[in-house]
Design a protein around this ligand. Sequence first.
Ligand SMILES: Cc1ncc(C[n+]2csc(CCOP(=O)(O)OP(=O)(O)O)c2C)c(N)n1
Length: 615
Amino acid sequence: MGFLININDKEFFKKLNNENVRPIADEIRRFLVDNVIKSGGHLASNLGVVELTLAMYKVFDFPKDKIVFDVGHQSYVHKILSGRADNFSTLRKHDGLSGFPKRSESPYDSFNTGHSSTSLSAALGIAKARDLNGDDYNVIAFIGDGALGGGMAFEALNDSGAGETKLIIVLNDNEMSINKNVGGLSSHLSMLRLSKKYINVKDKVNRFFNKFGKPGQTISKFVKKMKRAIKFATINTPVFEELGLTYIGLIDGHNIDDLTVAFEKAKSTDGPVLIHVVTKKGCGYEPAERNPDIYHGIPPHFNPENVNNNITYTSVFGDYITRKAESNKKISVITAAMTSGCGLNLFASKFPDRFFDVGIAEEHAVTLAAGLACENIIPVFSVYSTFLQRGYDQILHDVCIQNLHVVFSIDRAGVVGEDGETHQGLFDLSYLTHIPNMTVLAPATQKEFEQMMDYAIDKCEGPVAVRFPKAKINNTNNSDFEISKIETINSTGNNVVIFSVGRMLDLANEVFEKLNAENISSTLCNVRTIKPVNTDELNNYLSKCTLAVTIEDNVISGGAGQYLCNTANREHRSKFIHFGFPDSFVEHGSQIELMKKYGLSAENIISNIKKELMN
Ligand SMILES: Cc1ncc(C[n+]2csc(CCOP(=O)(O)OP(=O)(O)O)c2C)c(N)n1
């Protein structure tokens, strides 16, 4: 690809300025749009950081200097500038470029990311290691205003502000998370944007006193201290200064010259520095500027005119919970910055008083739900499986020990595909089933999904999780859901009993049909309730069969299969073989490719069943 940029030519970056940057920025934007529309991925965030990333490449010396991108979804321009443009057609494809920074992919990627709000901690760690090792380079944490609202980022600000470690934080403030950013910090950033005047006044005062040399500087320092006190009481002091960081802002994130000055200033400042940069999400591509939320993350071959209208678990949940909340006024819904991703736009607009977007704060969301449940509200925390990992201690300590009625609606459970190992929802069955008091349900059809939600909201008295995949929903009219009861879907005899978990029912059915065609009698069961399962019923199935096969989209370790096996009577335990994901992180690729690769295909399952039956 004939790119204008030669990444090996450091001088090229050094010469960039407002006069000559336009054709280069335009070319990068065209390249991003052309590629990401085809591959799918994060478009709007990357379009917003083109000049900002170019300016960082101008001032810093990567990969000697190290940058940690928060979430990492906005690292595409960095990938292009660090020599990966030629592979961009493989973005998010199996064995292709990852959609997030990966240390194994390039020496320019200093830290793997995917989940939000980790960059400040990681960068501070790298900076401290640099100092301990006696090395000399810059460490930059690149974080968005949405990610900055996450608890870990606050913890890291608190820690870095208290110390002397030199760290450069670039705050990319585009006023957006995926949807509009929320929370007090976001309001504070807005105030800072409004009070740019204050920064100018401060600089003028300093320049005035510095003119008088040493005595002037002493007065300036004194005035600075005084001013801090006065400012605190009168106008907005950037909270970062109060925490002990040097604040540089506001900087226009599309102005290379201003960015260059700010970065140079940060380089020569001791201790932690935060540069507050303002950018426009989606910049330069009109559809993304108009709808940055829609263009935050798009599927492959995205066409806004022709949106995929498949009925998914997510859309069914969004419609269900809105309907349910009409009749049950006790329901409130919590999201951690995933309103549209979790299908909650309708609920949010219909019931603003009962909808809580807490920002990227899963830990807080869980304990907030616990508090609501204490006072007889029915909180439904709608969250992706991978992000709920953040709330493990809160689930255990704040919800389950008190046996509070909190409903966890766990979207994107199972293999998610193109976002890769940081986003796969392959652990929730393992991290939930072992917590006392927790009920865990996995629907295979729309009918039972809605009935499980009814059970979770109306009948269950303690914590309950309904986990479902990123997939089209099956609308078969199967039997009514009954808590703890295993559903028998079909049976030709008892040689093999197949226990299918949630969405794996289609695959399990294929296995059942093929076994039948080979005269291996079997019974196909839909487990539905992972916990608490009816043990008498389970043992009854097991006492009749030779082999028990479990199929799930979770890691095998600690998953539904092992849970059933451990729950069964001891004499039946050796009958089990489990199919699910192995004890390794599952990379990016399509869901179909990954299922096949990890043995979740009828051929593989059947050949293993046959081997076991011959033993
Ligand atoms: C722990 C966690 N929760 C939720 C997400 C989903 N997520 C990815 S990007 C994003 C918004 C980030 O906003 P911001 O940091 O402002 O970056 P921008 O896209 O606006 O540049 C969210 C909520 C995540 N990656 N990690």
